[in-house]
Design a protein around this ligand. Sequence first.
Ligand SMILES: [Zn+2]
Length: 128
Amino acid sequence: MEKKDIFAQIHELETHMGDLHQELGALKLVVKELLEENQRLWMENQQLRKVLHHEHHEHLEALPETEGESAPAADDPELFNEAKENVVGEGYDNLARLYHEGFHICNVYYGHLRTEGDCLFCLSFLNK
Ligand SMILES: [Zn+2]
């Protein structure tokens, strides 16, 4: 094989690799966008489920009581606070989970995929 042929081949390979590299980069971007969209849809779904659940409960509460069971008084401040804390705790867990799945939960990049390891904004938010 002549020297010239080898260099021509290497050059061809190089060009090919450059193209592949570009294609890979573009694909990576597409995957990132899909993951972010998936996350947005998941969050929206969660929100809708919450609303649906809430409405379902309101509907149940509107029904006349059976079996004489005493339902907790809605105006009991202790019960109300407990329920509120549960909701807050749940929200925190969801955010922590999101973060560990690789998404930003800080208000700077909220919902975007974390591509560069830990985010200081997110961490300071989690440690509050
Ligand atoms: Zn962040």
